[in-house]
Design a binder for this molecule. Structure first.
Ligand code: N01
Length: 542
């Protein structure tokens, strides 16, 4: 593992390259690898001090991935796949970051990146058919292609609660966690937010802190991970069958090698339904949402899953009144990402943990001493914002992206993101968005999702080169049709009924649109392949 702070070894004098890649996370790293393999000059920018993206920043206690480590890993390098050994079923943030650093070293990817450098604008020059990228360090660079690997859960959300910045104690956001150890022992710690980040960190903090006060606005469904170390035998078995595992993952709805039960939840009797739920409960985590194929489509099926999980929560939480408050009543199970936890609900059986229900007693203000709700002052030594992200579009809207004729991406997306295949935007030639809105993105395994898109982009660029073309741009019609397709797919599910970040509902004023493509990972891959095979149908190539 190298240090947090990478040195800038790339050629800082380069003024024009074939492609700029913004972001050194999972998709940015692979984009650099693949485009270099295609013989292109590639320059990367990364605002952090090192590679890793999400896994660089989210160092909060208990941070792990909710996709199994053996699946949440690159498939493009068979030797890497055979050499790297995951220690646990669900890897910690530290192990995933070490893996990404290893990949960066193995393929010399760091040399492409300028670190500690935030891109502030990307402007398309129509006459030159070039993007000009400028940074907060005053750097300016032109490129034929601009790859936005800026992440979908990377722009943090610190809600504008009155007095937010007046708190005199230690204050952290889970996704901007310090690199030095944070001490909880002997402290009164407040946590605002009970999404994945809050639910993962609260049990770990509660084991050390004097007091933990959880400020919960919306309860969430969470399912124990069933994490465990991977034995040498399991590792050997996975490595021997990796090609088949990856093949099944690519054929699946979510990019992991799992398929739901072959019948709908209400097509089987209660005993069989229970048996299937027991099986998927033990499998652990968010995959529970996929036990039956109709669980997030049919409300009756959903209710059966919801009742099963509610009974489990009541078994885990000793105080029935607290259990009541921890059970969601505002969305069908699975329509917000089910959290994958380790001892979350049991944490409320501890004497040092207090649940504050913000639905009945909202936060009035944050004071110098702590948090004031409508009925109580909670004095704190530390306040943690586990308040999530301006998801999917936030990282892009924080950059001034200007396409043909001065069109800005912010304006284009003012009523919600509009893409063709989730990767391209009409009016923005040669700009590619990675794992973005309109693609399976967060609904699928992000690593295989990034590989699929980067491979598609590389093949697209090869096609342009073979045809001596300069640029490619989605047509307005293709965007209209793709947006309609995405909306139709979402409307056929229960997802739009939840006030989730998938819908932009967590950010005041953000348009309510279901952002990811929910038609399935395999279907999406097939559609992208068909578009390419048809000579890039829906694109203008010039
Ligand atoms: O963010 P969230 P997250 N006052 O938006 C609350 C991935 N992820 O960082 O629901 C009070 O889910 C907000 O309340 P409400 C994963 O995809 C994965 O936890 O808006 N509370 C909510 O409880 C995940 O879904 C992993 O009412 C406020 C919380 O803050 C996604 O990232 C780990 C508030 C935010 O929850 C985001 O997860 C971590 C306010 N003003 C993250 N504003 C794993 O792989 C917001 N909240 C396991």
């Amino acid at each position: 593992m190298t240090s947090d702070k990478d040195v800038n070894t790339m050629d800082a004098q380069a003024s024009d390259v074939d492609a700029v890649v913004i972001g050194a996370g999972i998709s940015g790293l692979y984009a650099v690898y693949k485009l270099r393999e295609h013989g292109m000059t590639v320059h990367g920018f990364e605002s952090a001090a090192g590679v890793g993206g999400t896994w660089f920043h989210n160092r909060y206690p208990g941070a792990r991935c909710d996709v199994e480590s053996i699946d949440y890993s690159y498939s493009f390098d068979e030797d890497l796949q055979q050499e790297w050994t995951w220690s646990e079923r669900f890897a910690t943030q530290g192990e995933i970051l070490a893996y990404l650093e290893h990949v960066a070293d193995r393929h010399e990817l760091r040399s492409a990146f300028e670190f500690l450098t935030r891109v502030v604008s990307a402007v398309y020059d129509e006459a030159a058919a070039r993007w000009t990228i400028t940074t907060d360090t005053g750097r300016s660079l032109t490129a034929r292609f601009c790859i936005m690997a800026t992440g979908v859960l990377s722009a943090t959300n610190r809600p504008d609660i009155p007095g937010r910045d007046s708190f005199a104690g230690e204050s952290y956001h889970t996704a901007e966690w310090p690199h030095d150890p944070v001490e909880f022992v002997g402290k009164r710690v407040g946590v605002i937010g009970t999404g994945s980040s809050g639910i993962q960190s609260i049990p770990v903090i509660a084991r050390e802190a004097d007091q933990v006060v959880v400020f919960q606005r919306s309860p969430n469904y969470s399912i124990p991970a069933g994490n465990r170390p991977l034995s040498p035998e399991q590792i050997a078995e996975v490595k021997a069958s990796y090609p088949e595992r990856r093949r099944l993952a690519r054929l699946s709805g979510g990019g992991t090698p799992f398929t739901p039960y072959p019948k709908g939840a209400m097509e089987v009797d209660a005993a069989e339904r229970r048996r299937v739920y027991d099986e998927w409960w033990l499998r652990g985590g968010y995959l529970f949402a996929k036990a039956f194929p109709d669980q997030t489509v049919n409300l009756e099926a959903n209710d059966s899953a919801r009742e099963y999980v509610e009974a489990k929560i009541r078994e885990m939480v000793k105080n029935p009144e607290i259990a009541d408050q921890l059970i969601p009543d505002d969305h069908p199970i699975g329509t917000k990402r089910i959290v994958t936890d380790d001892g979350y609900f049991e944490t409320y059986n501890r004497d040092n943990v207090t649940l504050v229900n913000l639905r009945s007693t909202p936060i009035v203000e944050i004071t110098e001493e702590g948090v004031r709700t409508s009925d109580t002052d909670y004095p704190l030594d530390m306040l943690i914002f586990a308040t999530g992200f301006d998801a999917m579009t936030g990282a892009l809207s924080r950059i001034d992206i200007c396409g043909r004729g001065g069109r800005t991406l912010r304006e284009e997306w003012s009523a919600g993101p509009r893409t063709y295949l989730g990767m391209t935007v009409a009016g923005f030639p040669n700009l590619f968005v990675m794992v973005g809105p309109g693609s399976p993105s967060v609904l699928a395994n992000m690593v295989l999702g990034a590989e699929q898109q980067v491979d598609w982009i590389a093949a697209c660029i090869a096609h342009l080169d073979e045809h001596n073309a300069v640029s490619i741009e989605a047509t307005e019609r293709a965007v209209d049709e793709w947006v309609a397709e995405c909306n139709e797919k979402a409307a056929g599910t229960l997802f739009p009924s939840a006030n989730s970040w998938y819908m932009g509902a967590n950010i005041p004023g953000k348009p309510r649109v279901f952002m990811p493509y929910i038609g399935g990972f395999a279907n999406y891959g097939n559609i992208c392949a068909e578009v390419a095979a048809a000579g890039y149908k829906g694109f203008d190539i010039a």
